[in-house]
Design a protein around this ligand. Structure first.
Ligand code: FDP
Length: 336
C-alpha cells in the first residue's frame, strides 16, 4: 500500500486502484462500480447546485426549452444512477427508493455478479429550501445461480454488504465509502471535477456530542423511547446533556455525527411501528459505514446488519452513531 503524505493529492480513482491491489483475487469489478457511482454523483451534484434556479430555468411539470417536461430532482438522480451503472457488465440487478420493483439490467448488456441498492436523493424535501441532501448506496454479491439478479439476491442481511457509501451534497460535495476495510472520505474539487482524498481512515468518536432526532413525534413514542431521549438530554441526571442537531436529511445528520460523534435516532412510534427509514438502502449502508468507523447501529433491540429482510422497501427503527451512545439505547430498549 502506498503511503500518502499530508501534501500528496490522491484522487478517488487512484485510491480505489491502490485499495484493489491489496487483494490479488480482486477482478476490478467492484472498483468499476465505485468509479461509476463517483461519476453519477458528480452529475447529480451538478443538478443539485442548480436546483434553486428551477423557477428561472423551468419548474417541475413545465416544459423546458427543448420541449421536454421538467422532472423532479429525485427522479433525475435515479435515472442518472441507473444509466451510469446498467451497461458496465458488473451488475445483475438494481433496486432504488424510487422504484417499486427490482430494476433489471437491459437485455442488451452483460450481467455481472453484483447488485446495487440505492436511495438516489435522500432528504429530497430539503431540496426546495437549499438544505443539503444525499445519495446512499449499498453493494451486494449475487447468491443465486442464473444470470439475472433476483429478489432473493437483494434481500440479504446488511452484514453481507461488500461495499456501501454515501454522497453528501452540502457546502462541498463529499463521497464516503467502505469496502469493509475502513472508511474513506473524498471531497469534490469542483475546479477540476475530481474527488480528492480529504478524510482518510475516518473514525467516529466513542462518545458523542450530537443527538439527532425529530422530537415532534414525542407524543407518539413509547415510554422507553421517551425515557431514552430524556437520558440523552441529561434530564434524568444520569449523563451530560447532548446537543440537539436535526437537519432532516439522513445523510447530513449522519455525516455530522460521524465526524463529531453522536447519535441519529428514528425510533418506532405508535403511528409508524417500524419507524420511517428503509432498511436496505438507508439503514444498512450507513450501519456498515458506522461499524467500519468504530460505531454501532441497532433497531433498538438488534444489530441492524443482522436483520433478515423480507421486503425490498421494508422500514426499520434506527439508532446509529457513537458506540457508547448506541449502547445506552440498547440497554434502555432491551425487551421492548
Ligand atoms: P425525506 O423524507 O425528506 O427523503 O429518508 C427519508 C428522510 O427524508 C431522511 O433523509 C430524513 O432523516 C427523514 O426522512 C426525515 O423524516 P421526518 O421529517 O419524519 O423527521
Amino acid at each position: 500500500m502506498v503511503k500518502h503524505t499530508d501534501t500528496s493529492v490522491v484522487t478517488i480513482d487512484r485510491y480505489i486502484i491502490e485499495q484493489e491491489r491489496r487483494f490479488p483475487e480482486a477482478t476490478g469489478e467492484l472498483s468499476g462500480i465505485l468509479y461509476d457511482l463517483a461519476l453519477a454523483s458528480k452529475m447529480i451534484a451538478n443538478k443539485v447546485r442548480l436546483a434553486g434556479l428551477v423557477d428561472i430555468l423551468g419548474a417541475e411539470g413545465t416544459e423546458n426549452v427543448q420541449g421536454e417536461m421538467q422532472q423532479k430532482l429525485d427522479v433525475i438522480a435515479n435515472d442518472i444512477i441507473i444509466k451510469a451503472l446498467d451497461h458496465g457488465g458488473r451488475l445483475c440487478a438494481m433496486a432504488s427508493e424510487e422504484r417499486e420493483e427490482l430494476i433489471p439490467i437491459p437485455d442488451k448488456f452483460r450481467r455481472g455478479k453484483y447488485l446495487l441498492l440505492f436511495d438516489p436523493l435522500d432528504g429530497s424535501s430539503n431540496i426546495d429550501v437549499n438544505v443539503p441532501v444525499g445519495t446512499i448506496f449499498s453493494v451486494l454479491r449475487k447468491v443465486t445461480t442464473g444470470e439475472d439478479g433476483t429478489l432473493e439476491d437483494l434481500l440479504q442481511p446488511g452484514y453481507k454488504q461488500v461495499a456501501a457509501g454515501y454522497v453528501l451534497y452540502g457546502a462541498s460535495t463529499m463521497l464516503v465509502y467502505s469496502t469493509g476495510h475502513g472508511v474513506h472520505g473524498f471531497t469534490l474539487d469542483p475546479a477540476i471535477g475530481e474527488y480528492l482524498l480529504s478524510h482518510p481512515d475516518m473514525r467516529i468518536p466513542e462518545h458523542g456530542r450530537y443527538l439527532s432526532v425529530n422530537d415532534a413525534y414525542e407524543q407518539n413514542w413509547t415510554e422507553p423511547v421517551r425515557a431514552l431521549m430524556r437520558r440523552y438530554r441529561g434530564l434524568d441526571g444520569k449523563r451530560e446533556a447532548m446537543n440537539v442537531r436535526y437537519v432532516g436529511s439522513l445523510v447530513a445528520d449522519f455525516h455530522r455525527n460521524l465526524l463529531g460523534g453522536g447519535l441519529f435516532a428514528y425510533p418506532a412510534n405508535t403511528k409508524s411501528p417500524n419507524g420511517k427509514l428503509r432498511l436496505l438502502y438507508e439503514c444498512n449502508p450507513l450501519a456498515f459505514i458506522c461499524e467500519q468507523a468504530g460505531g454501532a447501529a441497532i433497531t433498538g433491540t438488534k444489530r441492524i446488519l443482522d436483520v433478515l429482510p423480507t421486503e425490498l422497501h421494508q422500514r426499520s427503527p434506527y439508532f446509529v452513531g457513537s458506540k457508547a451512545d448506541v449502547e445506552i439505547a440498547a440497554q434502555m430498549l432491551a425487551n421492548h
